[in-house]
Write a protein that binds this ligand. Structure first.
Ligand code: SAH
Length: 345
């Protein structure tokens, strides 16, 4: 591996300073920064308004680490899955999900995952490392390009629902979002970005203190500790009471509605007491429930509940004036659906 520093790890100010120290104009830093971020240059040769001498000097000092889309698979429903190779050869996946009105990028934040949700394929990979901000940003750019190419429109939304737990790589995720939303990056509105977390109370509080402007989704799956701990064992460390108070804090600070992601499984959370617990949990802060279809991950331990159980959830939630939506799986045929990202290819 190259021991030179990745130039994209520098902030704009650091780049300006670098050029000043070289006896050049600070403004050169702005030009290079624009090449790196707005124009997504993959090499110093691309930087045509920078002198050959300066380009050679940059090449001596830095590398430009860039992801590369290793394989791209397209589902019959228009979903696209990218296997993305990182500078050190590790691979993560990201997904483009088109609907009639929007194109959503589902991006990864870690290689593997340190959490142990029993129903998720990524959990079986173990966490290998956190992604750098530029590796997250590049996934979004790659999907934006594919969206323009295959669907004739730019990317409209981003969800952090790929591999990894974004709140376990909070600083880098935040830096990536800063870049995605800044005028010097993609200029996207934070309102179109959703971070999905399995629920790390300490970090939810931190996010609230940071007054972030993007949306929050929490993978709840059960509002009963004994059930949640069984399917998401880290719940023993961060029980529902802690989660709940961190979410109350989030709402008090941001006034932003929380989305709960929820799969209904046969014999696990398909009883009336499960529904009652969820309704109670939804009452302390404005929220919405997103019922997700289960995507089997081969061993058959979990099974999607009967449609009648799902309908019962919908009926009861609506009766209590809780907004509920149902998310149908997309891209199942290419293992691109929620919880199926595991670098199979
Ligand atoms: N670590 C984050 C984001 C990744 S998962 C989180 O836990 O929220 C994105 C969503 O897919 C989560 O709600 C997760 O619980 C859900 N999920 C995981 N495995 C699944 C599966 N096999 N079928 C359906 N949804 C799944």
């Amino acid at each position: 591996m190259d021991s030179k520093k990745d130039i994209r790890a520098l902030t704009k100010d650091q780049l300006r300073e670098f050029f000043q120290k070289q006896g050049d104009k600070a403004f050169r830093g702005n030009q290079v920064y624009e090449w790196l971020w707005q124009k997504s240059a993959h090499s110093f040769e691309d930087m045509t308004n920078i002198s050959l001498k300066t380009r050679a000097m940059l090449k001596q000092n830095f590398v430009i680490n860039h992801i590369s889309v290793d394989t791209m698979q397209r589902s019959f429903d228009g979903t696209i899955k990218n296997a993305v190779k990182l500078y050190d050869g590790l691979v993560v996946e990201s997904v483009l999900i088109p609907t009639e009105s929007r194109t959503t990028a589902c991006v990864s934040s870690q290689v593997g995952c340190s959490l142990d949700c029993k129903f998720c394929a990524t959990a079986r990979l173990k966490r290998m490392r956190n992604l750098n901000p530029d590796e997250i940003y590049d996934q979004v750019v790659a999907i934006d390009n594919e969206s323009r190419l295959y669907h004739d429109r730019p990317l409209s939304n981003i969800v952090f629902m790929g591999m990894g737990e974004p709140l376990m790589n909070y600083n880098n995720v935040l830096k990536a979002i800063d870049k995605i939303t800044s005028k010097e990056g993609l200029g996207m509105s934070p309102k179109r970005i959703t971070l999905s977390t399995s629920g790390v109370p300490k970090m939810i509080r931190k996010m609230a203190d940071d007054e972030v402007k993007f949306n929050l989704a929490v993978s709840l799956h059960s509002a009963r500790d004994e059930v949640r701990t069984q399917i998401m064992p880290f719940n023993a460390t961060f029980p529902l009471n802690d989660l709940r108070s961190s979410l109350e804090y989030w709402y008090s600070k941001t006034k932003k509605r929380i989305t709960y992601e929820y799969v209904v499984w046969q014999g696990i959370n398909d009883q009336k007491e499960d529904i009652d617990a969820l309704i109670q949990f939804c009452k302390f802060a404005p929220s919405k429930v997103n019922l997700i279809e289960y995507n089997p991950i081969d061993d058959g331990e979990f099974q999607q509940a009967d449609e009648s159980a799902v309908q019962e959830y919908i009926r009861e939630l609506e009766r209590h004036n809780i907004v509920v939506t149902v998310r149908r799986s997309r891209g199942k045929d290419i293992d691109a659906a929620c919880g199926q990202l595991a670098n199979k290819s």
